[in-house]
Design a protein around this ligand. Structure first.
Ligand SMILES: COC(=O)c1ccnc(N)c1
Length: 247
């Protein structure tokens, strides 16, 4: 997968050199490039914004600069592959694990990080008509940030970890919260077996794999019922077996 990020703060995306995403980039599993939007400005001050039509506080990011940048980045592709143009913003569709799974299936993501009061609306309108480009505004939750960069980091991590080969044990993707099981994850423990008077649940040291699996499933169901009953309600009817019903 190829991901391009456009921003006026490239250093905000430095964490993408670290950990699993950084490893995926170095191994070639993920082709990720961060671009400075100001490289497409034409004036001495490298201006990317201007005052809003209709008045009001703050500044709006100029469509001409974004147009030059997006045209250049979108044109730079090997096979005219379709691209999803993501615009992080509080008014977008809220990112869920399902969204991440969808985006992980894309050949290419281009992420336009807005700042100030946002990007001139005509940019999204224009690229929505561009053949091979799908425009999606993505929110990472119901709150406002100062720019799209933090959201870009969240989206990239949520998507990259789903790419084959990025996480060591793909099995772990099934039982994690919001994973394929559709439940919250069960509690996890490691050595020592007792810590400050807290013992590890005995079943986990019994060596009985069937009982461990049942215990974990029960804890995941209990947690989901207590903290996110909405997720339980969404489960397919056949997702719960008779043994689950007693939790
Ligand atoms: C400027 O971007 C935001 O404020 C933003 C982006 C993505 N999700 C949000 N909840 C806010």
């Amino acid at each position: 997968m190829r991901i391009d990020v456009l921003t006026i703060f490239p250093d905000y995306l430095a964490p993408l050199d670290l950990s699993l995403v950084g490893k995926a980039r170095r191994s070639g599993l993920l082709d990720l490039a961060v671009h400075d939007l100001r490289d497409w400005t034409a004036d001495r001050h490298r201006t990317v914004d201007d005052t809003p039509f209709g008045g009001g506080a703050g500044m709006v990011m100029r469509p001409d600069v974004w147009g030059e940048a997006l045209d250049a980045v979108l044109a730079d592709d090997d096979a005219g592959q379709p691209a999803v143009l993501l615009v992080p913003g509080p008014g977008g569709e809220v990112l869920t694990q399902r969204t991440a799974e969808e985006l992980a299936g894309a050949r290419r993501l281009v992420i336009a990080c807005g700042r100030y009061e946002g990007i001139d609306a005509r940019v999204a309108e224009h690229y929505a008509t561009r053949p091979g480009v799908e425009v999606r505004e993505i929110s990472i939750g119901d709150y406002v940030l100062n720019g799209g960069e933090v959201a870009a980091l969240v989206v990239i991590e949520a998507v990259a970890r789903l790419l084959p080969g990025v996480v060591g044990n793909p099995e772990s993707l099934v039982e994690e919260s919001h994973g394929a099981a559709g439940l919250l994850e069960y509690p996890v423990y490691t050595k020592p077996p007792e810590w400050r008077g807290h013992a590890v649940p005995e079943v986990l040291t019994s060596g009985h794999h069937g009982k461990v699996a049942r215990w974990r499933r029960d804890r995941a169901l209990e947690r989901t019922a207590a903290r996110r009953p909405d997720l339980l309600a969404r489960l397919a009817p056949d997702a719960l077996d008779p043994a689950d019903r007693r939790v």
